[in-house]
Design a binder for this molecule. Structure first.
Ligand code: FES
Ligand code: FE2
Length: 335
């Protein structure tokens, strides 16, 4: 069984963080070098095919990536074009080149195509304004990727995990609506108190396998979660101004405040909980889910479906019937 869905795009780095120098990142169970030339962004396994040096420690010269160990130069298509130790009269074999990984730059991130299939159209994103990536943040969390992503549609943790920043927020999740469309799952609901007419609208959308948008009241954020390996997840978000987008001096300040509040305060609290979760991927059969968990359950089902596609013939952990959109049973609809 493949550890994560295949034949799909994964965000692996923030666009704004990749500048002139190449970088090596650990994602999807391997080390990947990313570099930028005038022709765009490129990705390949990080180990130099000569003697295994880390290409992320190299340099970009013109349109070429240069290995730091013996100076072999690779063109953007991966071809080895110069081996200094051989000189100019060099008939370079094709095997001296890099095996490129399909890469794309879109929506504030650098993405790589994971899988043996032909890369599909570029990575999907949420409707609305494109992120301006004025301020971004990312971290590696010690949590299984599925546990991070399934939580995108969990809203009833907010009054407990984030209660210190959300005083007075209701604990009861009502009006749950769940929609599954292609690679997208959307959920909306209200957090309120029994007997009170005041409640807060919450909503989330997930694009399988790694992007999420969450809205709580009037604030919203988008984030990505990509497997580092079978145990860790790269968590990243870009922040853009909502209120001051046309005021140059304040745009960056507002984006920074949004980053601080979400990533440094709220997500820090999430991280503390996530890193204490069962490290197993989504043990659906051992979780006593509630109607409020409808979005979580659907994410897990979809994820399992994608794993089954990635490893046809392998046994997929048993779960509820796949395909149907789960929701609260009529008699269980919260009041
Ligand atoms: S290891 Fe890269 S050029 Fe030798
Ligand atoms: Fe949270």
């Amino acid at each position: 069984m493949k550890p994560f869905p295949e034949n799909t795009w994964y965000a692996v780095y923030r666009t704004a963080a990749l500048r002139r120098r190449p970088v090596t990142v650990e994602r999807l169970g391997r080390r990947i070098v990313l570099w930028r030339t005038g022709g765009g962004v490129h990705a390949a396994p990080a180990q130099c095919p000569h003697r295994g040096a880390d290409l992320g420690a190299g340099r970009v010269h013109g349109d070429c990536l240069t290995c730091p160990y013996h100076g072999i130069r690779f063109a953007a298509d991966g071809t080895a074009v110069h081996r200094p130790a051989v000189g100019n009269d060099d008939d370079i074999p094709a095997r001296a080149g890099l095996t490129r990984i399909p890469a794309a730059e879109a929506h504030g991130y650098i993405w790589v195509w994971q899988g043996s299939g032909t890369p599909g159209t570029g990575p999907a994103w949420f409707e609305g304004e494109e992120p301006t990536t004025l301020v971004g943040a990312d971290q590696v969390w010690d949590v299984h990727y599925s546990r991070f992503m399934e939580s995108a549609l969990d809203f009833h943790h907010v009054p407990f995990v984030h209660g210190v920043y959300t005083p007075g927020i209701g604990r009861e999740l009502t009006d749950v609506e769940l929609v599954e469309q292609g690679d997208r799952i959307s959920m909306s609901a209200r957090l309120g108190r029994g007997g009170s007419r005041r409640s807060l609208a919450v909503a989330g959308e997930v694009i399988m396998p790694c992007a999420m948008r969450v809205r709580i009241g009037s604030t919203s954020f988008e984030a990505v979660g990509t497997p580092v390996d079978a145990r860790r997840t790269w968590v990243a978000a870009n922040y853009h101004p909502s209120f001051t987008r046309h005021i140059p001096g304040l745009r960056k300040l507002e984006a920074w405040i949004a980053m601080f509040v979400d990533f440094k305060l709220f997500q820090r609290q999430d991280r503390a909980v996530f890193e204490g979760l069962d490290p197993a991927p989504s043990p659906l059969e051992r979780m006593n889910l509630m109607p409020a968990d409808a979005g979580v359950e659907l994410w897990i089902r979809r994820w399992r479906g994608m794993l089954a596609e990635a490893s046809p013939g392998d046994e997929v952990p048993a779960g509820p019937t796949a395909g149907a959109v789960p929701g609260p049973a009529p008699e269980e609809v919260p009041a």
